[in-house]
Design a protein around this ligand. Structure first.
Ligand code: ZN
Ligand code: ZN
Length: 342
């Protein structure tokens, strides 16, 4: 059976993901994967690099993002309430989905930033087309409800996300982390809820580094992010389990009782066929008044600027620069003198 990693962090998950794009792509090739996702935290910094390098290596690049979902509205910034947020794994199924991902990541930064770039369900609804969502890691809204023993809430949330993304586009994410007790509970509960809601299960490993032996380096990186010493107790760490790019065999072994968790990764990998048009100049259309071509209008504006506006504009720009650098203004006499010298 084939397997595809659908939840993968690179070093663009700053101070959290260890692997560089090259390392991920090379290792995926060595392990015989023909598709791989990239789902960095809240950002798409690596999307184009990953798209190009994976494509070159003959690997189907699935561009995604692990979004932060606000507890309520993304514009709410209430201390003690809105510093809690949920993780959600989102993948682009096609170019429309990729464009929606860009919108989500951009608006999360410009409008929803509070400790992290956040979206909310209202925004997800507006930009859901072409996206496939997985319920997320243990920091996801549904897993958190399960760990809090709120099963009815978890079921209602599954239905809500199905309604946002479409029934066929929302999957229940099972993490392959045997050493984390909450993960076992979440996986079992989600498998049960899958029967009830019709949402399919899908297995992931929430990849944060390429090989198991990289775990220590990633842990040091994470300690830098949280401002802790490695020896501190009660700090955020992922040493409890293996978050590497595991082989198909390892993933199959973990999900041996749930083969559909492996098989369903192939359904998603098969559906995610993204083509990003690169190397084209994508300028917005600029309206030109009647009687002008683009070239003649540019010339017209340039000439008008030269005749009437250049000196004033230049003075304003110099004034702004001086203010920025807090430089003393040149003496009036010097300016006049230099004008006369010309
Ligand atoms: Zn997460
Ligand atoms: Zn993750």
């Amino acid at each position: 059976m084939k397997f595809t990693h659908l939840h993968v962090h690179s070093h663009y998950s700053l101070l959290d993901g260890l692997a560089k794009i090259d390392q991920l792509v090379r290792r995926a090739g060595d392990l015989g994967f023909d598709a791989l996702a990239l789902t960095d935290h809240g950002v798409l910094y690596g999307a184009v690099e990953f798209y190009q390098k994976a494509t070159r290596a003959g690997i189907n690049p699935i561009i995604g993002c692990e979004l932060y979902v606000a507890a309520e509205g993304m514009r709410d910034r209430r201390p003690g309430i809105d510093d809690k947020r949920f993780h959600l794994t989102v993948l682009a199924e096609n170019f429309a989905g990729y464009r929606n991902l860009i919108q989500l990541a951009t608006k999360a930064h410009l409008e929803g930033f509070y400790y992290k770039p956040r979206v909310d369900k209202h925004l997800l609804r507006q930009h859901a087309a072409g996206l496939i969502a997985l319920s997320g890691c243990l920091a996801g809204e549904i897993p958190k409800a399960i760990v809090a023993k709120k099963l009815e809430r978890a079921e209602a949330l599954i239905k809500e996300y199905q309604e946002i993304f479409g029934k066929e586009n929302f999957f229940l994410e099972l993490g392959a982390h045997p050493a984390i007790p909450e993960q076992k509970l979440v996986n079992e509960t989600l498998t049960g809820l899958s029967q009830k809601t019709g949402a399919k299960i899908v297995g992931v490993n929430d990849v944060h580094y390429v090989r198991s032996e990289d775990a220590e380096a990633q842990d040091i990186l994470l300690s830098v992010q949280t401002g802790n010493r490695v020896e501190d107790e009660d700090r955020l760490t992922m040493r409890a389990d293996d978050f590497s790019l595991k082989s198909t065999q390892e993933m199959e072994d973990y999900f041996r009782d749930l083969p559909e968790a492996v098989a369903n990764t192939q359904e998603i990998a098969g559906r995610a066929r993204l083509e990003i048009p690169l190397g084209k100049i994508l300028l917005p259309p600029f309206p030109v008044p009647e009687g002008f071509s683009a070239g003649s209008y540019l010339e017209h504006l340039a000439r008008r600027g030269q005749l009437f506006d250049a000196f004033g504009t230049q003075r304003l720009a110099q004034h702004a620069l001086r203010r920025r650098h807090q430089m003393p203004a040149p003496k009036q006499t010097n300016v006049v003198a230099s004008l006369h010298d010309r």
